[in-house]
Design a protein around this ligand. Structure first.
Ligand code: SF4
Length: 184
């Protein structure tokens, strides 16, 4: 199966590849994260501060050479449709999980990031016990210090997709030789 076919099946709207060496991990984004608009800060092993410093996040991603950014667009009733935004955020998490399950046997060694929070367990063990599934927890792009609008531009993707829509982003860091499994 081609990678694009797999992404299409998962419902991915757009995707683009960047070299991890060209990705910028910014403390300013982490600082915005710490303002805690999403109310996930300091609530799981996949969020700051538990996810480590921005420098540690950079090193974790840059042990891989390539980063596939992907997005899904959701329609809203209007620009104030908070419930629609939350439903989209939740649906995107499921898309990331489904994609993760499909990629796992194919890519083997990779690291996936998604939108805010981990959300894998009903209740995160943080901070009382170790993460139950360290290989399957998803950190967030913002938590890693990534400015998503800049990264989308780098990857040739739209950050905003029109009025009354919301777009969520995730990404997969991987070694390029792993792509061979998608060749016919
Ligand atoms: S996998 Fe579970 S324990 Fe680990 S960060 Fe996610 S929610 Fe928390």
């Amino acid at each position: 199966m081609r990678l694009q076919e797999l992404l299409d099946q998962a419902g991915v709207f757009q995707s683009g590849l960047v070299d991890t060496a060209g990705m910028r991990f910014e403390q300013a984004v982490r600082d915005m994260c710490a303002v805690n608009t999403c109310q996930k800060y300091n609530t799981s092993w996949a969020c700051p501060p538990a996810v480590g410093t921005v420098e540690e996040c950079r090193a974790r991603i840059q042990q891989y050479e390539k980063f596939l950014l992907f997005s899904v667009k959701y329609d809203l009733e209007d620009s104030f449709d908070y419930e629609g935004m939350m439903a989209g955020a939740s649906a995107f998490k499921e898309t990331c999980r489904a994609l993760d399950n499909k990629l796992r046997p194919l890519l083997g060694n990779y690291l996936m990031l998604s939108n805010e929070g981990c959300g894998l367990c009903k209740e995160c063990t943080y901070p009382d016990a170790p993460c139950r599934f360290p290989d399957r927890s998803h950190g967030s792009l913002e938590g890693y210090g990534l400015f998503v609008s800049k990264l989308a531009k780098q990857a040739g993707m739209n950050y905003i997709n029109g009025a009354n829509t919301v777009t969520y982003f995730g990404g997969v860091a991987f070694h390029p030789e792993a792509l061979a499994v998608f060749e016919d």
